[in-house]
Structure formats: structure tokens, C-alpha cells
Design a protein around this ligand. Structure first.
Ligand code: ASP
Length: 349
């Protein structure tokens, strides 16, 4: 009897220690970008994005094996200038599956930097888990002198393994910084320190450990009501850029093509050039939702500022830049065409 009890105790202790020592299970989904880019010369700026496969990316950073049980898959291998709705839908569904059905503790996505902010924001609204999801990329191709991809990938995996990383929504880990999806924007065309947060970073990674300094307050992931599980396409939303003496032709082209929504990257506080405004008003009256955002990189586009949104049934993008306003409008239009409800989404998300 005593022997049996002792054997059971040893067994339980063994199970507990195996569980405690088990490394987090991390999946890497590769989508391409400069992090997978190859140049003819290590010192040249000419290169092609999306050339190297997932296993080569993992093999370049063997240190991640000390942190986690890492495995990978290749979703697509493209420059993120070619990112599209179909890949977003596939990606969101796959991340949900990995975290909610396949027992992964976190997902790292390697991605081009051009549209990383949009993919991050799309996922922050469509992934339903509090487990961490982190995007990483690089500004220098994998063949460059001092490529920045491997360090970003290592830091991203380190942050995913850190128990404090749960519940912050989707983030990017670039140049040691952790930036949440809504705040994230690319601020420089070539600099490795290109990614910034409109409201600063929410944390950083140092010596393989994540440190958080603030918390996103908007609705995301587990608190998001958007669900793409049963969707195979998204509403069509285009962006019209504002400038002095602007032509109304791009706005008119979207109207003619029967787009569901149009985002204005307006001047100042989301203002229209008069000819563009006239077409926008006609578009709105024909049922196309207009969202006013701004080409100014920081600051909100305010509701009922110089434009009377309540009168025209426009929506103000508030703290979303045009490219992210487009993402939210696409998802909003999967649920409603009521402009007041859409405005509410822009307040909450
Ligand atoms: N054009 C590249 C991409 O977005 C740029 C990069 O990754 O830095 O895929």
C-alpha cells in the first residue's frame, strides 16, 4: 500500500514537473515580405520580397528553439503591397484555428512592412482569443549586411512565450518595440526604426523578456463582435486621397463600380475639396457609406467638425488612419448599413 502511494506521488510530481518545464507551443505563419526577401548583393537596396521559405527563416534563428516548441507554415509568399482580402480571411481563420482548436500558445506572423498595420488591425478585430498574436517583418532583406529580420523574429517569439503578453490584442514586434494594432503605423520608407505607435508603444522586448508599459483600451480580439468564420469575401471599400484642387474622378469611379463604402483621406480634419464633396454627397444618398479620415499622420478626425456628419450621415474615422478606417468599414458593413451604428463601431474599436 505504502509502495503504491509512493509510486503515485512520484508519478504526480513527474507530471507536474513535465507540465511546468514544457515549452510554449508557437506557430509561425509566413506570408512573405522583406524579411523573406533576397537581394543580388548584400549591400544593395534592390531586392525582391517574399523569396525565402518558412523553414529558412526559422533555421536562421536557431535560438528560438531554446524558448519554445516552434513550428511553421507558409500561407503565401508575397510582398505585402499585394496583400488582399482573400489572404486576410484565410489568415484570420487559420489563426483562430491554431489558438482555439489546435492548442497553440501563440502565433507569430512574418509579414511585409508596407501593409503590416492593416493586417494587424484586421486580425485584432477577427481573432477571438486572448493568446498573443504578433507580426514581425524587416526593413532589410534576409541577404543584407546586418539584416534586421532575425532579431525581430527572435524578439517576437520571446514576447509570445512571455506570460505577460496575454490579452493585449494583436501587436507588432519591430526594432525591440511592441506596438498594438490600432496604434501601429509605418513612419519611414527605409529606416529600421520605421514603426511607431500613434499613442506610443505598449511595451518592448529586452534580453528575451517582454515588458509592458501601457494597455490598449479599445475593443479587440475576445471583445470584438466581428466574425469572418463564414465569410469568403469582404465588402468593397476604396480610399480617396484629398489634396488642393482635387479631382472628383476617383470618388466617381468608386461610385460607378458600386463600391459599398468609400473612405476619404481628407485634408486637415478630414475635409473634402468641394467637387469631391458633391460626389460624396450623391454617393451617400445612393446608399454608399462615406467615412471621413485624414491624410494628416496623427490626431483624430473629429465628428461634426467643419463637416456636419450628422446632417449628411457621414461617419468620422476618429483615431483611425484611412487604411485602418477602410478595414473597420469593411467589417462594419458585414453587419449593418446603419450609419449611426457604424459611427458607434468607430468609437469602440
Ligand atoms: N514591400 C515590402 C513588403 O511590404 C517591404 C517590406 O517588407 O519591408 O512586403
Amino acid at each position: 500500500m505504502r509502495n503504491l502511494r509512493f509510486t503515485m506521488l512520484v508519478f504526480v510530481a513527474l507530471v507536474i514537473s513535465i507540465t511546468l518545464c514544457a515549452k510554449p507551443k508557437i506557430r509561425i505563419i509566413a506570408t512573405g515580405g522583406t524579411i523573406a526577401g533576397v537581394a543580388a548583393s548584400s549591400s544593395s537596396s534592390a531586392y525582391t520580397a517574399g523569396q525565402v521559405g518558412i523553414q529558412t527563416l526559422i533555421d536562421a534563428v536557431p535560438q528560438v528553439k531554446d524558448l519554445a516548441e516552434v513550428s511553421g507554415e507558409q500561407l503565401v509568399n508575397i510582398g505585402s503591397q499585394d496583400m488582399n482580402d482573400q489572404v486576410w480571411l484565410k489568415l484570420a481563420k487559420r489563426v483562430n484555428q491554431l489558438l482555439n482548436a489546435e492548442g497553440y500558445d501563440g502565433v507569430l506572423i512574418t509579414h511585409g512592412t508596407d501593409t503590416m498595420e492593416e493586417t494587424a488591425y484586421f486580425l485584432s478585430l477577427t481573432v477571438h482569443s486572448d493568446k498573443p498574436v504578433i507580426l514581425v517583418g524587416s526593413m532589410r532583406p534576409s541577404t543584407a549586411i546586418s539584416a534586421d529580420g532575425p532579431a525581430n523574429l527572435y524578439n517576437g517569439v520571446a514576447a509570445l512565450c512571455d506570460p505577460t503578453s496575454k490579452g493585449h490584442g494583436v501587436m507588432a514586434c519591430m526594432n525591440n518595440m511592441l506596438i498594438d494594432a490600432k496604434s501601429l503605423y509605418k513612419s519611414h520608407t527605409t529606416d529600421c526604426a520605421t514603426f511607431k505607435g500613434t499613442y506610443g508603444q505598449i511595451g518592448y522586448v529586452y534580453n528575451g523578456k517582454a515588458y509592458y508599459t501601457s494597455e490598449p483600451t479599445y475593443r479587440h480580439t475576445t471583445r470584438s463582435e466581428f466574425n469572418v468564420d463564414n465569410l469568403d469575401k469582404l465588402p468593397q471599400v476604396g480610399i480617396v486621397y484629398g489634396y488642393a484642387n482635387a479631382s472628383a474622378l476617383p470618388m466617381q469611379a468608386f461610385v460607378n463600380a458600386k463600391f459599398d463604402g468609400i473612405v476619404l483621406a481628407g485634408v486637415g480634419d478630414g475635409n473634402f475639396y468641394k467637387d469631391v464633396f458633391d460626389v460624396a454627397l450623391k454617393a451617400r444618398n445612393s446608399g454608399i457609406q462615406i467615412v471621413r479620415s485624414s491624410r494628416v499622420p496623427t490626431g483624430p478626425t473629429c465628428l461634426n467638425g467643419e463637416v456636419d456628419d450628422s446632417k449628411y450621415h457621414f461617419v468620422a474615422a476618429l483615431n483611425l488612419n484611412p487604411q485602418k478606417a477602410r478595414v473597420l468599414l469593411q467589417l462594419a458593413l458585414t453587419k449593418t448599413h446603419d450609419w449611426q451604428q457604424i459611427q458607434k463601431y468607430f468609437q469602440e474599436y
